[in-house]
Design a protein around this ligand. Structure first.
Ligand code: C5P
Length: 406
């Protein structure tokens, strides 16, 4: 079998030097990499070092007749299994968003129907500029998948979003994408909804009440479902974990907004409620910023939020065939979670012990017990990614079983 073939576009930016490490990693993973460089990229890395690492010619010029004779640009982009742009500069993203094709890189990106992933890298102000934000939206709408950018210190001395994701992480996102594209997909044709992250409950237009959920387990689950070919609607509060690549992402703030977004996303084949939804919201949140008054502190009255999981479990016609809830407990985990499953009316509950000494909250590992109609099964301690992969498999098997019974 031919190894997967990646067309890697390197655009200009200080992060271009990291593309060398990315090529090295991708080659070690057994992928063929054909590099393409923009003119600006050549200011940061030499075509010679790129070509040496890729073990192939670097394509640079649209009007390079030799390369056109070897392989036309249309063929060049179509022969790849995946197009990756790393780093993706603000300039190249703007070209992609508007469909400009005035050099080899932008022409290849316009001439392709192959999936495209981009790892943006730019100064924080360029990233947050409304023009770039508009372009990001347009690119996401076009189905371009984003890897990062990360938050952190920049070469220019500023701090914030815009740093290119580290090559190791880009390589693993690429691997996941290629696996999803090529593998036997157990969840192909299934639509699955995942809620994730915390919710922010407003006190006034500038203040809110939140919780410490990172969204890591929810993102991992969505990624695992996508890798198995599912179409995922990912409804998330403001989470710290990177959003899953390839999901339809619906960003919300409050529990009420999450509730509405979840119900609007139905029908689905399965719904997984991994979000840490606030139990209460401030009753009558102020529409103007509450002013500080000397000697006085405002008192807040709370009202209960809708229980999204319970509301979906109680549906009649629109009830997904499989509804999964989470139970984060600190004591009597199995007993409490078993009662919760019945109270909420869901099919499965994934229970975990989140006592501070377990390090689960915000950590990479998880120890879960899955409670179903048939009782409780405890899984050994594993990474959140491994929990997600196993859960995706179990979901696929369960849905297959439902189909077989029909
Ligand atoms: O009741 P508790 O918050 O412990 O239940 C946890 C489960 O219920 C999680 O799956 C969570 O996503 C879901 N939930 C919800 N809506 C709420 C509260 C919790 O969907 N308002």
């Amino acid at each position: 079998m031919k190894p997967p073939h990646i067309l890697l576009v390197i655009s200009g930016g200080i992060a271009a030097y990291k593309s060398l490490e990315l090529i090295r990693r991708l080659r070690t993973m057994g992928y063929d990499v054909t590099p393409v460089m923009t003119k600006a990229a050549e200011e940061f890395v030499t075509p010679l070092s790129v070509s040496a690492l890729a073990g192939r010619k670097v394509y640079q010029d649209l009007f390079d007749l030799t390369s056109e004779a070897e392989m036309g640009h249309i063929e060049l982009s179509r022969s790849a299994d995946l197009l990756v742009v790393a780093p993706a500069s603000a300039d190249l993203m703007a070209k992609m968003a508007t469909g400009l094709a005035n050099d080899l890189a932008s022409t290849l990106l316009l001439a392709t129907d192959t999936p495209v992933m981009i790892a943006p890298a730019m100064n924080v102000r360029m990233w947050t500029h409304p023009a770039t934000q508009r372009n990001i939206k347009a690119l996401k709408n076009d189905g371009i998948e984003f890897i990062g950018p990360a938050h952190g210190d920049m070469a220019c001395g500023e701090h914030g979003p815009g740093r290119m994701t580290e090559p190791e992480e880009i390589a693993s996102a690429i691997e996941q994408k290629l696996t999803a594209l090529g593998a036997e997909k157990m969840l192909a044709g299934r639509h699955i909804l995942v809620t994730s992250g915390p919710t922010h409950e407003p006190i006034d237009p500038v203040r809110y009440i939140a919780n410490r959920s990172s969204g890591a387990q929810g993102s991992a689950i969505a990624n695992a479902l996508i890798a198995q070919g599912a179409e995922v609607t990912f409804i998330t509060g403001p989470a710290e974990a990177p959003a899953p690549i390839g999901a339809r992402i619906v960003e919300i703030q409050s529990a009420q907004e999450m509730h509405d977004a979840v119900h609007a996303a139905l029908p689905v084949d399965a719904a997984i409620f991994a979000a840490a939804v606030a139990d209460w919201r401030v009753k009558d949140a102020a529409s103007e910023k509450i002013k500080k008054q000397a000697g006085e502190s405002p008192s807040l009255t709370f009202t209960e939020n809708p229980d999204i999981l319970a509301s979906v479990s109680a549906l009649d016609e629109q009830r997904p065939p499989l509804v999964i809830g989470f139970a984060a407990e600190t004591e009597n985990v199995i007993e409490n979670a078993t009662a919760k499953r019945l109270r909420k009316g869901c099919d499965w509950i994934i229970a975990n012990d989140v006592s501070p000494d377990t390090g689960i909250m915000g950590g990479h590992k998880n120890t879960v017990t899955v409670i179903t109609d048939d009782g409780a099964v405890s899984w050994e301690k594993m990474s959140k990614k491994a929990v997600a992969a196993r859960l995706a498999q179990d979901i696929a098997q369960h849905l297959q079983g439902c189909d077989d019974r029909d």
